[in-house]
Design a protein around this ligand. Structure first.
Ligand code: TYM
Length: 338
């Protein structure tokens, strides 16, 4: 079992990243060889202020460590330091089909009506993601639900490469398959955390409203205010879980509560049914502050020592290259480039 996953340094690390992915990263570190990447090349598919980018790379790295990832046990690095990702990405561009990319819903959502004006990188982004995973022959990829379609695309690309070059793979490796088909692991505490302002939209660092998300480095007052002002409806809290179906904002608050407290949705409803939102919000604020603020404090401490963060990234990049370099070399031989 080899685990690979990545997070973009494109703004604030938020509760969605934490409950959808990072909590799972932490639990996997004791079960498998884990590679966690700050995907800086993905982040520049939309404009990143150059003077902020390196700081953001440091912040994500600090977020990994502050959440409990041991830099000695896991390979932690930033994508642009390992050239194999970009080189394999070009090769996989020639394997992936245009029709497959045209089906990617994330591109459609991000580009909206403005797609002619988007970077080519935003469109081919899932191919770089496939390269990230396949360059390590990772078997498992822990992600939030929004990344499922991209992992499926990575599987399709791996499968097509294995089929296209079947004879060469057989001849050179004596195996019938070269790339491993990666499996998505979508079992974080909350696979899809929604915006605090709109229960139908996912929580995201690109949302213009900071009130829509809890950032991991938010302080107690910010968390208190964001939960207090989070959107709700006019009903009271029901006792039956099925009543959450048409109440997306309430469902989201209960899911976050459940993700942090590890209690089931039903148990939480049993505790709060018949109550006003204010009580649920007060308790939720308390458990969020207890979980998130210590991580935020630790992140700030780590960021204040940039040379330590740089040493983690450098060491991680060396270890990552030791795995991906021979895989890329073999890929080139199979294709006939070497
Ligand atoms: P990114 O940077 O958008 O998000 C990082 C991780 O956080 C999860 N996530 C969420 N989970 C639940 N609810 C949310 N609201 C929420 N928002 C984000 C994401 O699912 C993800 O797991 N393309 C990826 C990064 C990437 C990658 C990879 C991941 C690049 N290469 C290779 C896995 C393997 C992305 O943009 O994630």
């Amino acid at each position: 079992m080899r685990v690979f996953s990545g997070i973009q340094p494109s703004g604030n690390l938020h509760l969605g990243n934490y409950l959808g992915a990072i909590v799972n990263f932490v639990s996997l570190q004791n079960k498998a060889e884990c590679i966690y990447c700050v995907v800086d090349l993905h982040s520049i598919t939309v404009w990143q202020e150059p003077s902020h980018l390196y700081k953001n790379i440091h912040e994500i790295t600090a977020g990994f460590v502050a959440s409990g990832l041991d830099p000695k046990k896991n390979i932690i690095f930033n994508q642009s330091k390992v050239v194999e990702h970009s080189e394999l990405s070009w090769i996989l561009n020639c394997t992936a089909r245009l029709g497959w990319l045209n089906r990617m819903t994330q591109f459609k959502e991000k580009a909206g009506k403005n797609k002619e004006n988007m970077s080519i990188g935003l469109y081919t982004y899932p191919i770089l993601m496939a390269a990230d995973i396949l360059a390590y022959k990772a078997t498992h990829v822990p992600v939030g639900e929004d990344q499922k379609q991209h992992i499926e695309l990575s599987r399709d690309i791996a499968q097509k490469f294995n089929t296209d070059y079947k004879d060469r793979i057989n001849l050179l490796t004596k195996n019938s398959e070269f790339f491993v088909l990666p499996k998505p692991l979508i079992n974080g505490p909350v696979p899809r955390v929604m915006s605090l302002r709109d229960g139908k939209k996912k929580m995201s660092s690109s949302d213009l409203s900071d009130m829509s998300r809890i950032n991991i480095m938010d302080d107690e007052d910010q968390i208190f205010n964001k939960i207090r002002k989070s959107k709700t409806d006019s009903g009271i809290i029901p006792s039956d879980i099925s009543e959450l179906d048409n109440r997306p904002e309430l469902r989201n608050l209960i899911s976050i509560y459940s993700g942090i407290s590890k209690q089931s949705h039903q148990n939480i409803l049993n505790e709060f049914s018949g109550e006003q939102f204010s009580k649920l919000k007060k308790y939720l604020t308390d458990i969020l502050i207890a979980e998130i603020c210590p991580i935020g404090h630790e992140m700030k401490k780590l960021i204040s020592d940039p040379s330590y963060i740089d040493s983690i990234l450098l060491d991680g990049a060396e270890k990552a290259r030791a795995i991906s370099k021979p895989i890329l070399a073999e890929t080139k031989k199979i294709i006939g480039l070497a």
